[in-house]
Design a protein around this ligand. Structure first.
Ligand code: ZN
Length: 425
């Protein structure tokens, strides 16, 4: 699909025209204007010791090597955002593969490491995931919509619906939002609404309103212990800078702390955590649990512990370090029968629970044959708040309660980058 057609299909005439005018103001004929914006973006993040991830089309890297090298040297992660900015769902599997290989080659030619990918327009399909699996990168094309926007009028509602359909956005499940393995690719879902939906679709300019939505997403993520990948495109940085600052002030104030990092760091942690070995050994009247092979691992326990342990939330204690001893006749693990769907086993493991074949000795034995949203909600409620004793590997390193990534697709640096998108397709 051409970019022009995308604008009209996903945004409608009025938004497309407004978007064109906004682009003319935000970009310029040379790199100067965007370089100033990006420097301001990095400076704001530096106040909070935060590094962003900027998904960038490989051709934009090729056209602006010095600017991209500067961002990389400042600690920003540059992820692949297509070779050129096209709808990759519209490409054949062979074209997708060629396109991805070309992007990787361009990144390598400019000395950029290749760790991650986000699809232009967040448009992906199974054959694209297959191509990503071959180059062993994480993917951040899966969009999840948070119902965090106050009441919308019908027109605004239609605009939001149109773009969510276009992105194929999913709604939140009853579980915390974690990275997820799909077709052998680790996926870091990007959370919506982003700056584009709030500013372009809804016409919001009020920092407090934008901050309110993102703050709600942050505090919910913190309560649940999941991952929040926020998106603020550099081109709308100045409109949303105050909102971003408010969110980062809140994130740095929350306790237990928020791990604010790049998507690359989250992906590396999540892969290492999935490969950690957990041992549960009987001791005198209890169980000794150790996690091996995971640096900065810690544990969560929902049984009464000797005084001095920090609370992690209303139901769990945090145990710094990779081992703990619990005194209980029951194994602090979850047993599953053969009929529990694989998705359920994976969801429990992602949350850090120790899952084993059911023997009757475990604190909880699950035998649910389905994994519908209703079952997920019921199981989460039981394992999170009711069954004791249980032990989990903490979701994030060093006892962080949740993780936050600040990301911004750097789609274009100059008018000419933008026009080359219009001309294509
Ligand atoms: Zn983009």
């Amino acid at each position: 699909m051409s970019y022009l057609k995308h604008l009209l299909v996903s945004k409608g005439w009025r938004t497309a025209w407004e978007r064109g005018m906004a682009i003319a103001r935000q970009l310029g004929p040379t790199e100067t204007r965007m370089a100033r914006t990006l420097t301001a973006y990095l400076n704001l993040l530096a106040d909070f010791d935060v590094r962003p991830t900027f998904p960038t089309p490989a051709t934009v890297v090729t056209r602006h090597p010095r600017l991209i090298a500067y961002l990389h040297a400042q600690g920003a992660e540059i992820a692949i955002h297509g070779d050129v900015h096209v709808d990759m769902q519209a490409l054949s599997p062979e074209e997708q593969r060629r396109h991805i290989r070309q992007a990787v080659a361009r990144f390598r030619a400019h000395g950029l490491p290749v760790h991650g990918f986000r699809a232009p327009y967040l448009r992906w399909n199974p054959t694209l995931l297959e191509a990503l699996r071959e180059i062993n990168v994480y993917d951040s094309s899966l969009a999840v919509y948070w119902d965090a926007v106050p009441t919308l009028d019908t027109f605004a509602h239609q605009r939001m619906r149109r773009v969510l359909l276009f992105y194929g956005a999913q709604t939140l499940s009853p579980w915390p939002l974690y990275p997820v393995q799909q077709q052998g690719v680790l996926r870091l879902p990007v959370s919506l609404p982003d700056d584009e939906m709030l500013v372009d679709r809804l016409g919001w300019r009020d920092s407090a309103a934008i901050a309110g939505v993102w703050h709600h997403m942050l505090t919910t993520t913190h309560r649940q212990g999941g991952l929040l990948v926020l998106q603020l495109h550099p081109e709308r940085f100045f409109t949303c800078a105050d909102a971003l600052r408010q969110v980062l002030i809140a994130a740095r104030t929350l306790r237990p702390p928020v791990w604010i990092t790049t998507m690359q760091a989250v992906a590396a942690w999540w892969q290492a955590r999935a490969q950690a070995v957990v041992k549960v050994q009987p001791t005198n009247g209890g169980w000794h649990i150790t996690v091996e092979g995971l640096a900065n691992a810690s544990l969560l326990v929902n049984a009464t512990l000797p005084p001095g342990h920090e609370r992690w939330d209303d139901h769990w204690y945090h145990v710094p370090g990779p081992e703990v001893t619990l005194y209980s006749p029951r194994r602090p693990t979850i047993g599953v029968t053969g009929q529990v769907p694989q998705a359920g086993v994976e969801a429990l493991r992602a949350a850090g629970y120790i899952v084993e074949p059911a023997t009757g000795q475990q604190a909880l034995v699950l035998d649910t044959p389905t994994w519908t949203p209703a079952v997920q909600a019921e199981v989460w409620h039981r394992v999170h708040t009711h069954v004791s004793p249980l032990v989990r590997i903490a979701p994030w390193p060093d006892g962080a309660r949740c993780a936050l990534c600040i990301t911004g697709d750097l789609d274009a640096v100059t008018w000419w980058d933008f026009l080359s998108r219009l001309a294509r397709g």
